[in-house]
Structure formats: structure tokens, C-alpha cells
Design a protein around this ligand. Sequence first.
Ligand code: BV8
Length: 256
Amino acid sequence: MRFVTAGYTISGSLIQRLRTAKRVVVLTGAGVSAESGVPTFRDALTGLWATFDPLELATPSAFARNPKLVWDWYAERRAQLLQVAPNAGHLALAQLEARVPAFLLATQNVDGLHARAGSREIVELHGNIARVRCSREDRVVKRWDEPLDAMPPRCPACQAYLRPDVVWFEEMLPSGALERAEAAARDCDLLIVAGTSGEVYPAAAIPQYAKSAGARVVEVNPNPTPLSALADDTLRGPSAVVLPALVDAAWPARKD
Ligand code: BV8
């Protein structure tokens, strides 16, 4: 049996598996925030940053070389986030969490939109751009003086530069984050991977852990990715349409 909802055909066996799933893991990437207006990493950077490659800017060496440029890039992205809101895909994942007995959302996104949508069990694999930390002591700093010079603000305690509390390329993920996501993936019966190009490790390895443990793997992405080969179901569409369609097909809204 096949469900057609919101124009997307979803197999009856997937709906049944979702409806009866006991432990669901979701891995998200920048594509899930695209419909909120947050540029993905594969989107060309625009404006002042058009001449930069995020893979270059999001590194410790870029910050060491030009702390102000990197600080300003994150400050602009932080400011952009004040203008955006969670989309229907974020909200559908929060609804899904409420429907299944055990749920974990592992996100590569640093925009905080899953929490704003109401998701609770979240692992931020790559940190959160809204938080700022001391580049020397690594503790989060909530208030700082805007600098008079053309440099990033400094830690009020030790005067080292402040930096965004995100994981740059060539940096380790927050302790325990990957382990928690990996353990949940190895123990789940269904894993949904949505909005990620599957290029960045170790996050991109998470769906394989689920697959190896016998879970059903569902990919939600308008485009094929290196993870498509291990997906049992590929739903080729935008997550803000497909995710609500998936949840609505599994738990149709009561028609009062
Ligand atoms: C690590 C935070 C151990 C910052 C990010 C050489 C030296 C050192 C390391 C490496 C190396 N070679 C490889 C590595 C590992 C490296 C890596 O994987 N590199 C890649 C480029 C090959 N990984 C690391 O460095 C990680 N740490 O390995 O530590 C170590 C330590 C020292 C030395 C060696 C190893 C740290 C990785 C974390 C980096 N930080 N973000 C910030 O945000 O500024 S990564 C950042 O890019 C995002 O967080 C995200 O993870 C990644 C982008 O991926 P996506 O989210 O998938 O987004 P993308 O734009 O790529 O794709 C969007 C997708 O959405 C597309 O598929 C598109 O089709 C789809 N889409 C579009 N619209 C929609 C949609 N889908 C659904 N709906 C839509 N509407």
C-alpha cells in the first residue's frame, strides 16, 4: 500500500514501521533549516563572504590568521538567526518526538532552530552559534564589552579572544555528543537522515551505525548524497514538506 500525501508517495511499510517504532533517531543537516532562510553550507556564501569558502572560514587556522574576519562572519550569522523561525520540518520532528517512546535528534546545525521548534532530546554535534566561549579557557561567556579596536571581543576574565561555541573543522566534537548519538543509532529501529550532504565526518557515519544494527534508514533530501546508498527509503523532497507529510501519514490528524 502506498500513501500519497502532500504530493509525496510514502510506502505503507514505512508508515507502519514509523507508527510502531520504539526508538527513533534523526540526524539533521543544514538542509532542514534551508526553508527557514538559513543558507546551507553548499549554498554559495553571499555578500561580504562571497569570496570565502565556509570550509576555509570554519577552522582554527582561519581564526588564528584573521580573528576579526571569522568573528564577524559568525556575528552576522548570529544576527541573521534573529530574523528566522523554525519551519514545518523542525516542527514535524518535535511532533514525532512526542509520538515515539524513545527519540534522539542529533543535529549538525548550529542554529538552535530544533530547540525553538520544541524538540527536547537534542545532541548538538557541532555546537551552537548563539553561544560564545573564551578561546583559551573554553568556558561559555554570556556578556562582553564590544571592542574599540578592530579585533574580536576579549574574555572578561583572561583577555583571550572570544570565539563562537561551535566545532570548527579539525576540532573534536563536544565530549559525549558523538558517543550519545552513536549509541542511540546502534540501538534504534528507525533512523531518519534529513537535509545533510553526508560529507562531514564523524557525523556522517551515524546512519551507518543504525544500518549495521538492522534499523530502517530513511533519507529526506531533494538530492542524492553518499548516504543514499544505505537508505531503505529515499524521500526526494524538501524536509519542510516531506517531514510533516511523513508524520501526518503515520498519525493522521483527527477530523473532529
Ligand atoms: C573531526 C560548525 C577529529 C561550524 C561544522 C583533515 C584534517 C582534519 C579533519 C579532517 C580532514 N579530512 C576530513 C576530516 C574530517 C572533517 C571532515 O569531515 N571534513 C569534510 C569537509 C571532508 N571533520 C572534522 O574536522 C570534524 N572533526 O574530525 O575531529 C579530528 C581532529 C583533528 C584532526 C583530524 C580529525 C569536525 C566537523 C565539524 C565542522 N563544523 N559546523 C559552522 O557552522 O560554522 S560542519 C558544517 O558543515 C555543518 O555543521 C555541517 O555539518 C556541515 C555541512 O553539512 P550539511 O549540514 O550536510 O550541509 P550541506 O550544505 O553540506 O548540505 C545541505 C544538504 O541539504 C544538501 O544535501 C542539500 O541537498 C540538502 N537540502 C537543501 N535544501 C533542502 C535540503 N534537504 C532537505 N530539505 C531542503 N529544503
